[in-house]
Design a protein around this ligand. Structure first.
Ligand code: AMP
Ligand code: MG
Length: 417
């Protein structure tokens, strides 16, 4: 495994671009093994460990896509009205048991099974009932408004591929096949702890110089959303013996260890020395703001991500590097697209070239046009502006200052499904 890409763990720290860091991380990882069977509802958010094969056609029978009349196209004239005898009714779930003969039609509702003999649906809006007859205009196309058996899914086809994450649509799709349980990858076990002598756990007053540990709560939220099993190991002081014990315990109990703090220049030295003994971990300087320092590697069979300490830097590095890494380890395949949406920015932004910046932004509509403004407080410790934001404004390495009206890329926080 080559995690260094020129950044030696011991030597000078050359910097890495965001894209290179992502690529090195994702290339190094492979999915865990282990799966379980779960009922459909419990599969929400889980990743399929095998293909779901359609056991039957969906829809199971040819049926009507509209309310109207089931007819035989050959009885209709191309350009003049035709009069047909209505001989019965087909409802969804209660079909017409006879055969539609020459000159006949059956009243049919959406979802009603196509009666034998009929091949076309005339929608009720254009048909004119008269007593027990119906008058149909010319120009009706053969086969129109008929949903074919298996048109959604054919029996034997892959309905959902292995590696797919189950969302609401997938739950419904599996149910539409009459399947009650699916095989999903086991949940990832993620251990995490905060490092820092200045950190206080909530529940006691702060001593001078202390701050409350917020990173573990942010990570608790992010990891819970992702569907991981969590091992929250608390706050570990900046002492080599305490850190070594924490890393050993975390690595033995989990697939992935996440830490925050202690990876910046100066602080990283004894963690680096410790990692040299415990595992294979690289310390990176990434061309990103916020979140420059980061460590990545493995301790035995456990992957390790050492994130920076500042609360917003934790979130930026988690979302740009760790989340997709966890999804890959959890078996998601392919990884989701992470679209960048170009919109006009209404605020000026100072930007140094040579690094990628993730600013907290708020996308909003002005006279029906979507725009984005950057939060005024961009300090990497300021979580409030993270909470007020609904997107990252992503400014690439080559980009300089932004003036109002310039187009910038945004990465939205929320997806719809
Ligand atoms: P470090 O990366 O350890 O140098 O930490 C950088 C900054 O983030 C310092 O101001 C820390 O106090 C702060 N910090 C580190 N860890 C946490 C945490 N768990 N919760 C809140 N702030 C933190
Ligand atoms: Mg620290």
């Amino acid at each position: 495994m080559n995690l260094d890409n020129g950044c030696s763990a011991s030597g000078a720290r050359k910097s890495l671009s965001v894209d290179d860091a992502r690529r090195i991380i994702l290339d190094a990882l492979s999915p865990v093994s282990g799966w379980e069977r779960v009922a459909i509802r419990s599969a929400l958010g889980r990743i399929l460990s095998e293909d779901v094969i359609a056991p039957c056609n969906v829809p199971a029978h040819d049926n009507s896509a509209m309310d109207g009349y089931a007819v035989r196209a050959e009885d209709l004239s191309a350009d003049t009205e035709s009069t047909l005898q209505v001989v019965g009714t087909a409802f969804a779930g209660r079909g017409f048991s006879g055969i539609v003969g020459k000159g006949q039609a059956v009243r049919i509702m959406t979802g009603g099974v196509m009666p034998m003999g009929a091949d076309t649906i005339v929608v009720q809006e254009v048909a004119r009932p008269e007593g027990d007859q119906v008058i149909v205009p010319g120009g009706v196309r053969r086969g129109q408004n008929v949903r074919r058996a298996g048109e959604d899914l054919a029996a034997g086809a892959v309905a959902l591929p292995r590696g797919k994450r189950m969302g609401p649509a997938e739950l419904g799709l599996v149910a539409s096949l009459g399947i009650a349980e699916v095989s999903v990858m086991r949940r990832l076990r993620v251990a995490f702890f905060s490092t820092g002598d200045e950190l206080a756990s909530i529940g006691r007053p702060l001593a001078p110089g202390e701050v409350y540990d917020s990173n573990r709560y942010t990570l608790h939220g992010a990891l819970t959303r992702l569907g991981c099993d969590l091992l929250d190991m608390g706050v570990i002081p900046d002492r080599p013996e305490a850190l070594e014990a924490a890393f050993r315990e975390a690595a033995s109990a989990s697939d992935v260890v996440l830490t925050t703090g202690g990876v910046s220049v100066g602080e990283a030295d004894f963690i680096r020395e410790l990692m040299g003994r415990l595992g294979e971990v690289s310390f990176w300087k990434i061309d990103i703001k916020p979140g420059r320092p980061m460590a990545f590697g493995r301790i035995g069979n456990t992957w390790m991500f050492g994130l920076p300490g500042n609360p917003v830097a934790v979130m930026v590095t988690y979302y740009q590097f760790v989340m997709d890494a966890l999804l890959k380890i959890a078996g998601l395949d392919p990884l989701p697209e992470r679209p960048l949406v170009p919109v006009a920015c209404t605020t000026p932004i100072r930007k140094l070239s040579g690094r990628r910046e993730y600013l907290r932004g708020r996308i909003f509509a002005e006279n029906g046009v979507w725009k984005v403004r950057s939060a005024s407080a961009q300090g990497s410790g300021i979580l409030r502006s993270m909470s007020e934001a609904n997107c990252f404004i992503v400014l690439d390495e080559g980009r300089g200052d932004v003036t109002p009206g310039d187009i910038v890329d945004v990465q939205l926080f929320d997806g719809l499904i």
